[in-house]
Design a protein around this ligand. Structure first.
Ligand code: NAI
Length: 665
């Protein structure tokens, strides 16, 4: 039988047993996203299935992906930008909701066969089907990542997930946006059946159609939780849990979802009717626009890695097993690379390797995969494996002569084509490269501390670094699942350069008598993940003082220098600006005036924004978007504000979140 119409993003066929197969394989894209055209074509498919069900020519419908790697990554967020008003959002959503209802109402079995990621709108489509099968493959994950974009599920995923999984599990999934493994999702009720691998999917889907499988909604106990007073208790717990992770004034989406559940969770029909009303304002909010911008920036950074390179990384050699080197080595091993770790001190190597146990336990669930990661990370005190490495990263003491001597001894031992990089945080690349036979080979690959948590890695182009080496550096950083940012060699590169004036001016306020707690609270009220004074203590006051000197901040007599001289280095020594207990600073918290905090917060980030503007003007990074991306992913700068330069521009245009305005409300 032929396709309905001429489909571009789907393939449709009906086999001899009357099973209709709708294979999603979006044209010209590596992943399936539910954009306008795929949805229109899906409408045609549903129409064809309805007609086939009526005339008995179609016995069942199966949705499956034609891509190797994933089912559906979600709605196509590139298309979200076209919406300016809530009415436009509602108008665009209504036909999709109706179509999902039609899928659910089909009188024939409708099966969704999932391999790889099935997220957001993809999971909402799956939930409208009668039976959901997924592979147990490690790459298979379902979830509702919408909150990360400042929205919540808007294709009726709210009530359908609650219907299937009960309010506790479904709301938790929607509120956290976490990626859920197939086995967990099945236990929750979001999936119905698991198969070992992709090869088993078609067969299992066929069987499910033939047996007329129909998923059961959540049981009575779960349904009871939707009623008052149980719902009231759940709601207050959800609010408390969510408030621990996000501030309502910065990230309203999860709180609006809780409101929706509080108001309508007892009656899913009502929840269905109300979802769009609660969803549409979020979709057109500045917060969501900015979070979508951050998502695009992250995609842009990943795209920086050249795809045309004849450069493959298998082995990484790290020299220096201190704070940074050990964690860089551990991260690379966790990403599947063979890693050798060198240090003058065998004890440092051993300690550094042992410390990676924590990362491996977090990342790998089975002992076998943890052991495999451990086996990939080798001690190499003499640096014997240098010659085999595709990437060599130096992370030894921050002394230019020591680094120069190391690279002089190293460069002739590297294999041709291998990347030679330094993790220096403050020395110019060209200075380290001075005296090398091939100085153009050296680049900076600058990780941030803690390595496992910081998504950004600066790839530093020294004055003499060859472009090809910089490109290889980007390819490597992408291969280890970090975001590369190409930065010109300059004091502080980008991230430390913009952070320094922000932190130094905060310390100046402190020495003028402003309370440290108030400063830190104001920065958090602005949206920084941690206040500047607590950050200084966390980074280490010796490190801050060092960066300050590099960037030529007057140090004489500063409180920072005094603390360092007294051995008070912050968190690591137990005392700095704060006294630290069990890894936390002891704070004297007071109730602060919201408007005053907002004003102080905006003032605190002023020097950071000004420095970001100067860095752009100096051409340190290629364009303004990349400056914003670097500052967001390197410092945690309030993602919902879209980056320092974007934030500044939006203040001027009257768009965007004006802290003064918010505070006044
Ligand atoms: P660290 O002092 O913790 O570790 C340095 C390690 O290098 C020590 O174990 C030492 O034994 C070893 N080492 C010294 N000379 C060596 C040599 N010639 N050959 C082999 N091993 C040698 O230092 P940390 O903090 O890990 O810093 C390392 C580098 O990373 C520095 O260049 C620093 O600027 C940079 N960096 C540090 C960050 C931080 O937050 N600590 C952040 C980003 C970069």
């Amino acid at each position: 039988m032929t396709d309905p119409g001429s489909l571009k993003d789907w393939r449709f066929s009906i086999d001899e047993q009357g099973i209709a197969w709708a294979v999603f394989d979006r044209e010209g894209e590596s992943q399936n996203a539910l954009g306008r055209r795929p949805l229109e074509e899906l409408g045609q498919i549903v129409g064809r299935a309805e007609a086939g069900a009526r005339d008995k020519s179609v016995a069942g419908l199966v949705f499956i992906s034609g891509k190797d790697k994933g089912f559906i990554v979600g709605a196509d967020i590139r298309e979200f930008e076209q919406f300016q008003t809530e009415a436009e959002v509602s108008a665009a959503i209504q036909p999709v909701l109706q179509m999902l209802d039609r899928i659910e109402a089909l009188p024939i079995p409708v099966v969704c066969a999932i391999h790889g990621v099935c997220l957001g709108g993809g999971l909402e489509l799956a939930l409208a089907c009668h039976w959901r099968i997924a592979t147990r493959d490690d790459a298979t994950r379902v979830g509702f990542p919408e909150v990360r974009l400042g929205i919540f599920p808007g294709f009726n995923g709210t009530w359908r997930s609650i219907r299937q999984a009960g309010p506790m599990a479904a709301m938790e999934a929607m509120l956290t946006g976490r990626m859920i493994r197939a086995s967990t999702a099945r236990a929750m009720g979001l999936l119905d059946e698991l198969v070992p691998s992709r090869q088993n999917l078609t067969w299992a889907a066929r069987k499910a159609v033939q047996r007329g499988r129909k998923s059961q909604p959540a049981g009575a106990a779960m349904t009871a939780l939707r009623q008052w007073p149980a719902r009231g208790l759940l709601v207050s717990r959800m609010r408390a849990e969510t408030a621990k992770k996000a501030r309502e004034d910065h990230y309203p989406a999860p709180f609006r979802l809780i409101d929706l559940f509080a108001e309508t969770g007892g009656n899913l029909k009502q929840m269905k009717a109300e979802e769009t009303r609660a969803f549409a304002p979020l979709m057109v909010s500045d917060t969501s626009r900015n979070l979508r911008r951050v998502f695009r920036l992250s995609e842009m950074m990943k795209a920086q890695a050249p795809k045309d390179l004849d450069f493959k990384v298998q082995r990484v050699h790290v020299i220096g097993a201190g704070v940074m080197g050990a964690d860089i080595a551990g991260w690379c091993a966790a990403q599947g690379f063979e890693v050798s770790l060198q240090d003058l001190s065998p004890e440092a190597i051993q300690k550094g390797i042992e410390a990676q146990g924590k990362l491996f336990s977090r990342r790998f669930r089975t002992k076998a995969t943890r052991d495999a990661a451990k086996a990939r990370l080798l001690a190499d005190p003499k640096g014997e494996m240098v010659a085999r490495a595709d990437v060599v990263i130096e992370a030894i003491v921050e002394k230019v002569e020591v680094k120069q001597a190391l690279f002089k001894g190293l460069e002739s031992r590297l294999k041709p084509g291998a990347v030679m990089a330094t993790n220096t945080s403050s020395i110019m690349i060209e200075e380290i490269a001075h005296g090398l036979a091939d100085p153009g080979r050296l680049i900076g690959i600058h990780f941030f501390n803690p390595v496992a948590q910081m998504p950004l890695v600066e790839v530093i182009r020294g004055a003499g670094s060859r472009e090809a080496e910089v490109r290889k550096g980007c390819a490597f950083v992408t291969a280890i699942d970090k975001f590369p940012l190409i930065v010109k060699s300059c004091p502080g590169f980008l991230v430390n350069r913009v952070l320094a004036p922000y932190m130094m001016s905060a310390m100046e306020r402190l020495s003028k008598g402003e309370a440290k707690e108030r400063i830190d609270e104001a920065a958090k009220a602005f949206g920084m993940p941690m206040g500047p004074i607590e950050l200084a203590d966390t980074v280490g006051l010796d490190v801050c003082a060092h960066v300050g000197r590099i960037l030529k901040y007057p140090a004489d007599g500063s409180q920072l220098e005094k603390l360092v001289a007294a051995g008070k280095l912050g968190k690591k020594s137990g005392e700095g600006f704060y006294t630290w207990k069990d890894g936390n600073p002891i704070k004297a918290e007071k109730p602060y005036d919201k408007a005053e905090l907002a004003k102080l917060g905006a003032d605190l980030v002023g020097p950071l924004i000004a420095e970001a503007e100067r860095a752009l003007a100096d051409g340190i990074v290629e364009n303004a978007d990349l400056v914003d991306a670097g500052v967001i992913f390197g410092t945690g700068f309030a993602p919902f504000r879209g980056g320092p330069l974007h934030y500044k521009a939006s203040l001027g245009s009257g768009e965007g979140v004006d802290v003064r305005r918010v505070a006044a409300e």
